[in-house]
Design a binder for this molecule. Sequence first.
Ligand code: SAM
Length: 454
Amino acid sequence: MALSLPEAFLSSLENSAGFDKESFVKIHNGASAITSIRYNPVKINQYKGLLPADKVLWNPYGYYLSERPSFTHDPLFHGGLYYVQEAGSQFLWEVLSQTISRKEDIKVLDVCAAPGGKSTLLSSYFHKGLIVANEVIKSRVNVLSENITKWGTGNIVVTNNDPQHFSGIKNYFDVVLIDAPCSGSGLFRKDNSAIAEWSEEKVVLCSKRQQRILSDIYPALKQNGLLIYSTCSYSPQEDEEILDWLTDNFSLENIPLQLQNEWNITTVNSLKYKSEGYKFFPDRTRSEGFFIAAFRKKDGEIFADKMSTSKILLPDKNEIKETEKWIDTNYEIDLIKHFDSIIAINKNRMEDVAFLQKHLYIKKAGTEVGEIKNKGLVPAHDLALSSIFAKEIPVIYLDKAQSLQYLKRKDLYIDTEIKGWAIVNYEGVNLGWVKVLPNRINNYYPNEWRILKD
Ligand code: SAM
């Protein structure tokens, strides 16, 4: 049963642009939350199935679903064909397309990244750039890494650091996204616990924390760099007032965006400087609650740190030869070594990874190709879900029931002529590795990710 919305919350929004108490309450009492997904541009071309008809208007890869399926039981979800993401959050794509070009050498920081919705969007948008997806809470880094492995783009470095740890990285990033932890009112329609946990004190606490994160991260953005701030809260203290606080404390210029009328997104202006932000009210826009604003940094210096590759281990000749059997060498990548693992990173990113490693705790970088063992390379799950696997690797096509068996890490019984390592695939989307032995098939789906529910 839906909880009723806190009176203190409703009265705190009374003077907010776009807020209509009656229709806001009505939509929270009536219609159920909307489900939307965003497709993976890299995997969509191989996908053999049909796309939904109902498009999200502000993202070329976004679609609404008519009902919420069991994503856990959809192999395509595990293969990274799409990410389940609120339509409002998908507006980040439109913000980027109005504010920045997709230069090759772009460096992007997603400060509050778990579980990875915005990082996967950033990695698709800047497919030739470098994305640092950071999450401070250790227990949330695993799910972030899992989602990034599934996405398979190979241009992401996952870090596990407090925003303060970025203080040593100055004037480095072209884009910084702070999708801040917030009081969560934008989730009221789909999550009763967000209603139960809301309080005026929480809003104040979140606003202070947002300021702290922004202060810690600001120096890492370069001059003329793009700062994007977002929350899933409707509270002015976490939205419009933060925009004024930013202008009071830093050298930032607000970037107004062009909105199309049919989107029904609300432009809100901050009180003091009339900075523009964009709010998604579910009774007006087809989305849960969301807020986003963009700024350009006006001060800062040229990045001057000397980067060195000294700490990066490289594979030897034999290891490179072995690894090249597993990858498509048409891709422009460099290989590095981490313990026994061979990692592929996009060409010319070696110095960046070495530099980031000097300052941050890196949990994952690029695409893990596999581990060097006595008999050669044992391929990593990352490789099967990426684009860089060698196209000669045999592929076994599974139906849905077989795919679910595979994803539950159960025994597979398939008639096949293939011998040895093979990638399993469902409807054009790779799911992972198997090894076909004379009398059985070994299932290499990662144990910790297997589907537990029937
Ligand atoms: N960007 C994510 C996405 O699109 O999937 C959602 C991010 S969520 C709104 C906010 C994140 O901030 C959470 O993962 C949370 O763990 C993290 N967080 C919490 N406290 C933080 C702090 N003090 N500094 C930085 N991040 C924090």
